[in-house]
Design a protein around this ligand. Sequence first.
Ligand SMILES: [Zn+2]
Length: 94
Amino acid sequence: MTVAAATRRAQMYEYEGLRRKVYGDGLTFVPVCETCGRFVKADDAVTVNGFGDLVQQPNATCSRCGRVAMIFEGWVHTAPYSPPNGGSHNAEVG
Ligand SMILES: [Zn+2]
């Protein structure tokens, strides 16, 4: 493998900072084709079974490879909403 090819491969598997495709309440994918490394067009929805597990099936379209499965990153849960606490700064000492 040449240095250029190795670099390209490393970049292909470096997904930090790439945009993510998130469904519903946090089902997160990296919308990249595992075969060729191109960005893929994600489907509008993915299939999850009754246990909340992803059903492994094509869920995106690669312009080169056709129907492919995106890289499943996992469930990303956002922090729960917490209302601002407007009174805490009024605490007095002594
Ligand atoms: Zn592809």
